[in-house]
Design a protein around this ligand. Sequence first.
Ligand SMILES: [Zn+2]
Length: 267
Amino acid sequence: MNIQQQFTLTGNEQGYWFVSKNGRLWLPGGQVPLGSASEFGFSNQLAQPIGEWNGQTAWLVCKEMNNAMSSIRPLLNGDDLSLFNMAGRAVQLAEFYRSHKYCGYCGHEMYISKTEWCCMCDNCNQRYYPQISPSIIVAVRHKNKILLAKHVRHNQDNLYTVLAGFTEIGETMEMAVEREVFEESKIKIKNIRYVASQPWPFPNSLMMAYLADYAGGDISVDKNELVEANWYHYTELPKIPVYGTIARRLIEDTIVLCREYDEYGDN
Ligand SMILES: [Zn+2]
């Protein structure tokens, strides 16, 4: 996209206002506010257009409001993820600028590029780009059952989902898929197929989603990561992630394959 620089608002600018600090977004009434800069008191403040949403300019203002600062998770629902993705861009850019005020090589103060999303050091000419961490998420099927696990961090809400983890340095995505499944469950898999991706700004992942089939082994979970993991028949699923998440899409895709298995077997 055409990157536009940060500048001082006159007050007349119109659009959606993505106001972010500390990984949180200003969501008064649960909404991203629409209107002019002056009506929200942003005149004379720095802002940056970061794209378009719903036919309007999306503005990033890096600041903390004194109410309604929220996680962007409530924006993640249903089929249209464009608002969630724009909010993720805003939150991550705000954090990127906040954490890159000084050059990591020479300690000099940096400035924000006028031509790309990067911070630049005019002392040693180093450039820093926003960090995006690739990670994998994978649904594993065994005949007409799907492997679902309760993660330690989901123990309270009793949510079961597919396995996921970060890609390590020097690893392909496919290697990460195999390794994560084995580390977390001791299951061997085969037939790893790419499905889709989803930016996941908690704090800066890009999840690449895969389907895979069971190849061998008995479930034995890594208790640091998982409370439990089990094979679930597709008609008897526990509580699973909401629509809009890539985890839900993988589970839905696997349910289709489980049904086909019941009808036709594996061939
Ligand atoms: Zn430098």
